[in-house]
Structure formats: C-alpha cells, structure tokens
Design a protein. Structure first.
Length: 108
C-alpha cells in the first residue's frame, strides 16, 4: 500500500491526519486504528506529511473531482428526506422541526 492509498483508507475510516510543524498528528475514534494501520502510518510518515503539505499549499492544483457520468449518490440527510417524501408526498412536516428550532427565545 502506498501513501495515497493509506491516506484514502484512513479518511474512509474517519481518521483525521494533520501536519503540525513537521509532526504528523492522528485523530481517530478509539479502536479505529489497528496495529497494521499504526505500523503503516509510521512507515509512510514522510510521504503522508508531504501529501498533507501539498494539499494545504495554495494553488496546489485542482481539487479532486467526482465523475459526473451518472447520478451522484445522495447524502444520508437527502436519503431521509426522500424517504419522508415517499411516505407522505403532500406533507411538509420535516420543515416544522427546523422552524421550531429557529423560533425566537428558544434555547438550544
């Protein structure tokens, strides 16, 4: 596995990598990183730091795009709204919760 693949895998697991003054910082939920991933991070530390610096640099190139050759996947929130609309096509109930949450004087 190379550094690009490792970074993609870590991001897919919800692991956040940041570079701080030449140090690689890893933030992950408990149990998210197994020993193999920890070893791979240590093995590719230099390459990961370079990738993070490249991504942070202004004008580092175009952002990675998504292929638009078909329908894009819905976000989890969009899926929930779609299900609500399928169950009750004429209802706007999902708007009420948002309206109440924004009501004046309502504490969050």
């Amino acid at each position: 596995m190379n550094a690009h693949e490792l970074l993609a895998q870590l991001q897919g697991l919800g692991v956040e990598l940041t570079a701080d003054e030449g140090r690689l910082r890893v933030s992950a939920a408990r149990g998210r990183l197994d020993e193999d991933l920890k070893h791979a991070i240590g093995e590719h530390k230099t390459e990961l730091l370079a990738l993070l610096a490249q991504r942070r640099a202004p004008g580092a190139g175009p952002a990675a795009g998504v292929a638009h050759d078909g329908p894009l996947p819905l976000s989890p929130f969009q899926e929930r709204l779609w299900i609500l609309q399928q169950l009750e096509p004429d209802s706007t109930t999902y708007l009420i919760a948002d309206h109440l949450a924004r009501a004046p004087g309502r504490e969050r």
